[in-house]
Design a protein around this ligand. Sequence first.
Ligand code: SF4
Ligand code: SF4
Length: 254
Amino acid sequence: MLRTLKTRFQQKYRTMTYPGGPAPELPARFAGRPVLRDDACNADCGACMTVCPTNAIALARERSSVTLDTGRCLFCRACEKACPQGLIRFTRDYSSASPTREGLVIGGGVDHTIQARNEPAAKFFVRSLKLRQVSAGGCNACEADCNVLGTPAWDMGRFGIQFVASPRHADGLLITGPVTVNMRLALEKTYAAVPDPKIVIAVGACAVSGGPFIGHAEQHNGAVSVVPVDLFIPGCPPHPLSILDGILKLLERI
Ligand code: SF4
Ligand code: SF4
């Protein structure tokens, strides 16, 4: 006890003030939500589409602009470098989650405002949200960034959000990975074991769309092919700030 008090005295209070205060400083290499300019797009160019490893970029209807599906995007920035006109730019905006899959597609003259709110989730889970994490075949980087949220600096427990061991103690699932064929049954059983009402959060490009494994025969291109999803958080992996921001918006806490 005395050692604990001494350590606290030495280390002081380290939990960040966000969302009550400013967001923590993001690393210089952080790539957030992209913005697309279509004013000088040459539809015959296609340089951005050629370099994209996940076919996240498509020509919009009129073939005069491109759309970028952040749910497929790996945030590698290859398209940003490839565009000769400099029309694709990755911003520092960490807020990228959406309750709909369509909400993750930007550009093409459509202004999709990121709006993660979910009334039932806010009603039932605003003060206490217990999540069972299901790793459905990803590389574990998404899980690592979810784990970060439990550390003293992020401390998502202060919002009543915690990971629990049993789906029967959970209010919902947080799924990572593209849902491999081998993990499908486990995911279905885990989902069924969570009592109603429940929510599902898909974290990372894999869980949203299949990510770098999209189209492979041994996976299902994301969680939505197996269970209904209430919140999509893009990224490969998403920054912990993006994950926390998405969940807090879902709960209408910010
Ligand atoms: S940043 Fe995203 S959209 Fe651009 S090339 Fe990489 S994966 Fe494709
Ligand atoms: S989205 Fe990227 S970081 Fe997350 S599990 Fe898939 S490959 Fe790994």
